[in-house]
Design a protein around this ligand. Sequence first.
Ligand code: HEC
Length: 156
Amino acid sequence: MLRRYAKGALLVGGAIGIAGLAALMVSGQAPQRHGAAQEAGPAEAGARLYAEHCAACHGARLEGQPRWQHRREDGRLPAPPHDASGHTWHHPDAQLVEIIKHGPARLIPGYESDMPGFAGLLTEEEIRAVLAFIKASWPPEIQRRQAARGGAPERR
Ligand code: HEC
């Protein structure tokens, strides 16, 4: 009798164990990244914003437009890459924020650019999140060099 009970308990326990394991595996396969902006780090929130607002021109993988170093016939430049192969990292943070807020044309009088300003669309915090995402694609050496140019957010 006792042995029978023990055997049953073992079976039940085993079944619960397997169910628990399956539940763990399922929850492990469902990362709750999307739509959880508050819980995500800035770079992660930035990735979403980048995909929505910037990728169309600067490329889904930050690769920029083809022949980005060559002016088009209309005199405008294609969108440059934001990865380490571009020159985004040559600018200090404060300047990058200005470019994104107001568009490159605002910085140079008479200059024309395809890129609009995002001031009405993105908050400063969101712009910094996009920058955090862009910077995360740079190797440590490039991150260091950009920081040396005034990359730190508190420098102005
Ligand atoms: C409609 C296309 C377009 C969109 C959308 C766009 N850009 Fe641009 N962006 C450009 C172009 C074109 C340039 C090159 C500027 C020039 O000299 O005309 C540029 C330049 C820049 C630069 C300056 C890079 C450098 O090395 O000087 C930054 C920074 C930048 N964009 C960030 C962004 C971010 C962040 C977003 C999204 C929030 C964005 N851009 C959305 C077209 C776009």
